[in-house]
Design a protein around this ligand. Structure first.
Ligand SMILES: Cc1cc2nc3c(=O)[nH]c(=O)nc-3n(C[C@H](O)[C@H](O)[C@H](O)COP(=O)(O)O)c2cc1C
Length: 323
């Protein structure tokens, strides 16, 4: 595939991050000058064990209103075929023609119950769930997974996935026990891309345009990239990927400030108690601080402050000073 052909097909996904890249964050991104850089988002997971479908609206609150902003693929987590089918079909009735299955969540409490990455140990169980779910759901299905709990645990799963009409497979090449840190197994996506009949989406540690160039060179046949923490720390990375070049410093600084300003204004406008708005501002700030490579004392000043107005002013000042 030549360079131009590859660029045309390039798709950037906003990764699901519970409590972070939800409808609120998607609306922030949509309101910024660089709104069109992300093509599509996968929602943070909706667990099939979060109450029954009689409280459907509450359960799927994050995706219950389809907006004209970023298209969204709702993500489902669970292992009960009947509940999975009911939820997937309910989401279809809400207008979603595609749902994603979470086979990546590494939280031990979750994994222990054979949910998320916990299912990667059990290919027969995965096969059995797919054989019941696929013929009975109206939307198409994609999968988001890790590599497993031991180095090659993903291999039998890829063979199983090949037997089903999946829309795509997103691979975050870390083991369950690594959570989100430590060495990435860069060989796994290459093997999966060679073995799988499905579209592959690479996900992991893309924070900068250079990070993207690194993985792009590793995988000449992958044209789909999903960005999570990097999208909060530096959403302009998607713009740079799409334009195949770094933004000029002045444009980057203006747009980054616009992003932080809109993020904080929208937090301030939320109909929530002050303390929860302070916590939310600080939660996003941790990612911003990482991108700006702030000194610990700058980070501590913000984290120790307990007044919404002061926290937000400090964050904006820091961005202007340290970008
Ligand atoms: C706080 C947090 C929440 C997450 N929530 C989800 C989730 O709901 N569903 C999911 O599939 N992955 C979830 N992830 C994993 C991310 O989607 C992504 O796979 C991971 O962060 C690696 O990509 P990145 O290096 O681009 O951040 C979460 C990660 C973090 C750090």
């Amino acid at each position: 595939m030549d360079y131009n052909e590859r660029k045309e097909k390039l798709t950037i996904y906003l990764a699901p991050m519970q409590g972070l890249t939800d409808a609120f964050f998607r609306s922030v991104i949509h309101s910024c000058s660089f709104a069109n850089s992300f093509d599509i988002a996968v929602s943070p997971f909706i667990s099939i064990t979060h109450g029954d479908l009689s409280v459907a609206h509450k359960k799927i609150k994050d995706v219950s209103v389809i907006t004209d902003s970023l298209p969204v693929i709702p993500q489902i987590m669970g292992n009960e075929p009947k509940e999975f089918i009911d939820l997937a079909n309910l989401l279809f009735d809400y207008g979603y023609t595609h749902v994603n299955w979470n086979l990546g969540c590494p939280i031990p409490k979750v994994a222990k119950k054979h949910h998320g990455s916990g299912l990667l140990h059990y290919p027969d169980e995965v096969n059995s769930i797919l054989s019941k779910v696929i013929p009975n759901i109206k939307p198409c299905l994609s999968i988001k997974m890790r590599t497993g709990y031991s180095q090659t645990e993903y291999m039998p799963l890829i063979e199983i996935f090949n037997q089903y009409p999946l829309e795509s497979i997103t691979i975050h090449p870390r083991l369950g026990i690594q959570m989100y840190e430590g060495r990435i197994d860069y060989e796994a996506p290459r093997i999966i891309a060679q073995t799988s009949v499905h579209k592959i989406i690479y996900n992991g540690d893309i924070y900068t345009f250079d990070d993207y160039l690194f993985v792009q060179n590793l995988y000449p046949n992958i044209n789909n990239f999903m960005i999570g923490r990097g999208a909060i720390a530096n959403p302009l990375v998607a713009t740079e990927i799409k334009s195949s070049s770094k933004l000029p410093y002045d444009t980057a600084k203006t747009w980054y400030y616009e992003y932080v300003d809109k993020l904080l204004s929208k937090i301030e406008a939320l109909n929530k108690p002050e303390q929860s708005k302070i916590n939310k501002s600080k939660e996003y700030f941790r990612y911003i601080a990482q991108h700006l490579k702030l000194q610990p004392e700058n980070v501590q000043n913000v984290l120790q402050c307990n007044n919404l107005h002061d926290v937000q002013c400090m964050i904006k000042e820091i961005v202007l000073k340290h970008f």
